[in-house]
Design a protein around this ligand. Structure first.
Ligand SMILES: [Zn+2]
Length: 430
């Protein structure tokens, strides 16, 4: 591929010309409060995006994810997919952004749905995760289309629901309907806030389960007449400490996960409950004296691409079965709540290599390849869509996501727009 210098210069100028448009667009997106849960204003944001992208020559499809978790007449799960065909056959590059944002929380000094511009930063819930990334991909695509009308293949932009709650009413649904089938889409960029100089290749897996230990209720003054489920759970937690945690800490992945601590397997104990039910704050009575007959924990096990899910599950099961064999009266139930397999794109894949090369070009430094400790919608594109050529790349500082006074830097967005637009040139202009 030879680089047409005059056209590339025109592309960079077209991006600079759109700076005010970018600020307006990012603010407009933030001002549509798409809180999830419960999943508010999905239709409004899809209509807004449809109008914008239709005016830029895209064909629009609006897809409601009927029957997915949370979908109802009051909170319908709407998604928008916009496609612009080139004049010649070629690959399709797809930018996928989630439109939902998490709850506001406390501690804000700016209006969470104001989209205010203060000292080169745009503030609001979702500014960095990830309405700034969505706006950046739109500006990148529009500038590219204006300067390279003769491109090959197609450009797609989607705005999808529910990423923050698992993506079942968004990317998973669209993938099931064939929107990410390899014959339709060849390259995917998810503009999540991974920092403008990093290419995110994938994420670790997750396995969530509830474990319950059983006992027998009796009077608290005579515990020997019953069987304490909390003590049984104590034995489970002790096994975690002595056997499972050291085993997990000894494992290390080749995935470039950031932060460093997430390069080993990890497990959080999300909750524990046993015995008398929690009382409301206005309850002024004293507790009754009973031996608890049930104790439950929810575990959140994050695993590496090197660990099969069967092994992850099997290690916990073996530990529980061991206690059942050794510990008198021990009995348990385990309920799997959800699981997500790890996803990892090869760093030499076309999309990863192209974005990395353009980061080096625009920023004058080597791109860093990273992987995410938690999951995002790449899992559905990989597992359901069977499309491996997918990375996350977008502006914004990862650590600001879900925090008060979340913001996105306009200069960072401009840099990442240049990387995205140059990547379109490399992939769609022979
Ligand atoms: Zn996000």
């Amino acid at each position: 591929m030879t680089e047409n210098t005059a056209q590339m210069t025109a592309l960079m100028a077209a991006i600079e010309d759109r700076r005010c448009d970018l600020i307006q667009l990012t603010g407009d997106l933030i001002r549509i409060p798409t809180l999830n849960p419960p999943g508010e204003n999905y239709e409004a944001i899809c209509d807004f995006l449809a109008k914008r992208l239709k005016a830029s020559g895209f064909e629009i499809e609006l897809v409601r994810a009927y029957g997915t978790p949370g979908d109802s007449e009051r909170y319908p799960r709407w998604n928008v997919i916009a496609r612009r065909e080139g004049k010649h056959a070629g690959d399709c590059v797809h930018f996928n952004s989630h439109t939902d944002v998490v709850e506001v929380g406390k501690g804000w000094t700016t209006d969470p749905f104001g989209g205010e511009l203060i000292d080169g930063k745009i503030y609001g819930r979702g500014a960095c995760d990830m309405k700034g990334g969505l706006a950046a991909s739109i500006i990148a695509a529009e500038a590219f289309l204006a300067v390279y009308p003769d491109f090959h293949g197609a450009v797609e932009i989607s705005g999808t629901a529910d990423e923050e709650s698992g993506g079942y009413g968004g990317v998973a649904y669209l993938a099931e309907k064939g929107f990410f089938a390899p014959e339709r889409v060849q390259h995917v960029i998810i503009p999540e806030p991974l920092n403008k100089d990093r290419v995110c290749l994938g994420h670790r897996g997750g396995w969530w389960a509830e474990i319950e230990t059983f006992g027998e209720i009796a009077h608290g003054s005579m515990p020997f007449l019953g069987d304490c489920a909390v003590r049984h759970m104590g034995a489970v937690l002790d096994k975690f400490e002595t056997d499972l945690y050291p085993l997990m800490a000894s494992r290390h992945t080749d995935m470039p996960v950031v932060p460093e601590g997430a390069r080993s397997s990890t497990m959080n104990i999300n909750s524990i409950h046993g015995g008398m039910a929690e009382q409301t704050d206005d309850f002024t009575g004293l507790p009754a004296h009973c031996v608890p007959d049930s104790c439950r924990v929810v575990i959140d096990r994050r695993f590496l691409v090197e660990e099969p899910l069967d092994q992850v599950r099997g290690e916990v099961e073996a530990l529980l079965e061991g206690l059942k064999a050794d510990r008198p009266k021990f009995d348990y139930a385990m309920t799997e709540l959800n699981s997500v397999l790890p996803s990892m794109t090869d760093r030499n894949s076309p999309i990863a290599a192209t974005v990395a090369a353009e980061i080096a070009h625009v920023l004058g430094k080597e791109a860093e390849f990273v992987a995410s400790p938690g999951t995002y919608d790449q899992k559905h594109i990989d597992r359901i869509g069977k499309l491996k050529n997918c990375v996350a790349y977008g502006p914004g500082i990862l650590e600001l996501a879900h925090k008060p006074d979340e913001y996105i830097g306009v200069d960072d967005m401009m840099d990442s727009i240049k990387v995205m637009a140059r990547s379109l040139v490399k992939l769609l202009v022979p």
